[in-house]
Design a protein around this ligand. Structure first.
Ligand SMILES: NC(=O)c1ccc[n+]([C@@H]2O[C@H](COP(=O)([O-])OP(=O)(O)OC[C@H]3O[C@@H](n4cnc5c(N)ncnc54)[C@H](O)[C@@H]3O)[C@@H](O)[C@H]2O)c1
Length: 260
């Protein structure tokens, strides 16, 4: 028996990076998946790869109506909902000098408000299946990062969303679990580009100092996907409200110039 047999899982931000790896692993583990994201071409080609057990909806999570609609689309397509992975995020760069209230609010909309709206809309469906939610956070929630003021604040807020909603579901006997992964540095295509934009030399990912990769390589999207499958699956029952750090150097102080 596979870990997610007959389960229907909705994954946000699954057109690429960590979300796409989660979608692949959910399919391998027997689930049906609804993937969402901004890029229609990527969504389409991932669903072609994943086959008939997958479907996609493209939309912007800054649009509140998309957050509620996508839950209904998933139910209409697959007939139930067992899991929700809040993975999508606006990974904004801003130092205090660059900080703008409008940008901050946009980041909070996608990274905090959207997960809350998705959870609210999914609640009646997840109650029926005694479902599981996994929120994807960041180690930035724990220590911040000087060029990611808005993003780090949003990820800190998301931790509290997990705790509050987990408490609520337990007190209300909803039977829904909510767990949280504070993810460390993960090698995705977008992360390679983001670091080059930050000033890292092209190919930086092949020349990292040991202090950044004490276990010999960066964390890969597949590593996170394995953890997500565990928290979605009955193997993690009945744990809820867990805030798990998934990092290979969780106590390292974050600086922009950690390379070299
Ligand atoms: N890559 C890392 O090093 C790292 C580290 C810590 C935490 N994380 C977290 O992991 C998650 C995935 O990161 P990633 O590196 O795979 O990202 P990525 O940039 O590769 O992919 C982001 C995904 O989110 C979607 N998305 C972004 N903005 C959206 C919006 N407004 N509406 C709808 N969808 C939107 C994109 O379409 C895409 O599918 C995020 O929550 C991120 O904060 C990543």
């Amino acid at each position: 028996m596979k870990n997610l047999s007959n389960k229907v899982i909705l994954i946000t931000g699954a057109t690429k990076g960590i979300g796409a790896a989660i979608a692949r692993n959910c399919i391998e583990e027997g689930a049906q998946v609804m993937i969402t994201g901004l890029e229609e071409d990527l969504a389409k080609s991932l669903c072609t790869e994943l086959g008939s057990q997958s479907s996609y909806q493209v939309g912007n999570l800054a649009d509140s109506s998309f957050c509620t609609d996508v839950i209904q689309y998933t139910f209409d397509k697959f007939g139930k909902l067992d899991g929700l992975v809040n993975n999508a995020a606006l990974i904004q760069r801003d130092t205090l000098d660059q900080f703008q209230p409008e940008t901050f609010l946009e980041v909070m909309k996608v990274n905090v408000l959207a997960p809350l709206l998705l959870i609210k809309a999914a609640t009646p469906f997840l109650e029926n299946t005694r479902g599981s939610i996994v929120n994807i956070g960041s180690t930035n929630a724990l220590c911040g990062e000087e060029n990611q003021v808005s993003y780090s604040a949003s990820k800190a807020a998301l931790v509290n969303v997990t705790q509050t909603v987990a408490n609520y579901f337990s007190l209300q006997r909803k039977g829904i679990r909510v767990n949280h992964l504070n993810v460390g540095w993960v090698l995705t295509e977008a992360e390679i580009e983001r670091k080059v934009a930050d000033g890292f030399p092209p190919g930086w990912q092949n020349n990292l100092p040991e202090s950044d990769i004490p276990f010999g390589r960066m964390i890969l999207p597949e590593d996170i996907a394995h953890q997500v499958v565990f928290w979605l699956s009955d193997k993690s029952f009945p744990a809820t409200g867990a805030i798990v750090t998934v990092s290979q150097n969780p106590y390292k102080k974050k600086t922009r110039t950690s390379l070299g």
